[in-house]
Design a protein around this ligand. Structure first.
Ligand code: AMP
Length: 254
C-alpha cells in the first residue's frame, strides 16, 4: 500500500519518527504521467532500500515554456496505480506554495555545464531542477536517490550539486528504458501524432550512427526534425530535436 502525503508539514512530522531509524530510504522524484522508465527507478530503489519515497509534482520553475507547463499530462489515478502495484511506500504531493515559501527567491545555480545543451535552449531550466531537488533532499533526507540517464545532463548536474554541498545522498543513474522501436520512453511521446511518432522512432537510430555531429544534425533536419543540438561530451553523444511542438531528447554512450 502506498501511503499518500498531501501536505509537506504532515510528511515532515512523519519523517522525524523513529520509524526510519537505521533504515535506508530510496527516493525517485517524478512529474507524473508515469511509464516503464519511472517504474525502473522505483524497482531499483525498492531492491536497494528499506523504504521508497516518491514525489509527484509538475515543477513550474523548470519550465521556460508556459504552454509546455500547462499542457503537461496529468494522469494521477493511473500513476497512483503504478506506484501501488510496484510497491512504492510513500508518495508526497507537494503544492507550489508549500514547496516555495520564498516564491523562488532562493535558487541553486550551477554556472557552467547547466548553460550548455538543454540549458542553452531552455533558459533557467536547470536552476529550477536543482532547486527543487535540493528542497526534496532536505525534506526526505534519502540514503540514495535515483535518476534516469535519459536526462543525463540533469543526472550529471545533480551529482555535482551533491558533491558541492556535502549532501549525504548517493546518486544512482539508471539506464534509459526504450520502446521496442528503441525510442526513449517519455511523457511527451504521448503528444506525438501517429506520423510524428513514426519519425520520432528514427531519432535514436540516426543518433547512434558513426558519423559526425554535423552530419547527424543535417540528416535529422532533412527528415523534418528541428534540431536544437547534437553534441558530444564525456564520451556520450547528446541530441535534442523538435517534432511539431514536442521536444525529444536522447543520449548514447559512444
Ligand atoms: P520526469 O517525471 O520526466 O521528471 O522524470 C522523472 C525521472 O524519471 C527522472 O529521473 C528521469 O530521468 C527518469 N526517466 C524519464 N524517462 C525515463 C526513461 N525512458 N528511462 C529511464 N528513466 C527515465
Amino acid at each position: 500500500m502506498t501511503q499518500l502525503f498531501h501536505s509537506l508539514s504532515e510528511w515532515r512530522v512523519f519523517r522525524k519518527q523513529n520509524h526510519f531509524n537505521h533504515k535506508t530510504i530510496g527516493f525517485a522524484p517524478t512529474m507524473g504521467n508515469l511509464h516503464d522508465g519511472h517504474k525502473s527507478l522505483f524497482e531499483r530503489s525498492l531492491n536497494e532500500n528499506d523504504f521508497t519515497v516518491t514525489t509527484l509534482f509538475v515543477n513550474p520553475t523548470q519550465f521556460n515554456n508556459q504552454e509546455d507547463f500547462k499542457n503537461y499530462p496529468k494522469t494521477f489515478e493511473k500513476d497512483f496505480d503504478l506506484m501501488k502495484n510496484t510497491g512504492v511506500h510513500y508518495l508526497i504531493l507537494p503544492t507550489f506554495e508549500e514547496l516555495y515559501p520564498d516564491n523562488f527567491l532562493y535558487k541553486i545555480i550551477e554556472t557552467n555545464f547547466s548553460q550548455m545543451l538543454c540549458g542553452k535552449h531552455r533558459s533557467g531550466h536547470f536552476d529550477g531542477v536543482l532547486t527543487v531537488v535540493m528542497k526534496y533532499f532536505q525534506l526526505i533526507k534519502p540514503t540514495r536517490a535515483y535518476f534516469g540517464e535519459k536526462d543525463y545532463q540533469q543526472l550529471h548536474l545533480i551529482k555535482g550539486m551533491v558533491d558541492a554541498f556535502f549532501i549525504d545522498t548517493e546518486i544512482i543513474g539508471c539506464p534509459t528504458i526504450r520502446s521496442e522501436s528503441n525510442l526513449a520512453l517519455s511523457s511527451r511521446n504521448n503528444r506525438l501524432s501517429t506520423e510524428e511518432l513514426k519519425l520520432a522512432e528514427i531519432f535514436p537510430k540516426i543518433l547512434k550512427q558513426k558519423k559526425s555531429c554535423e552530419k547527424i544534425s543535417e540528416e535529422l533536419t532533412q527528415l523534418g526534425f528541428v534540431v536544437d543540438y547534437i553534441e558530444e561530451h564525456f564520451g556520450r553523444r547528446f541530441g535534442a530535436v523538435h517534432l511539431g511542438n514536442v521536444r525529444l531528447i536522447d543520449n548514447i554512450e559512444l
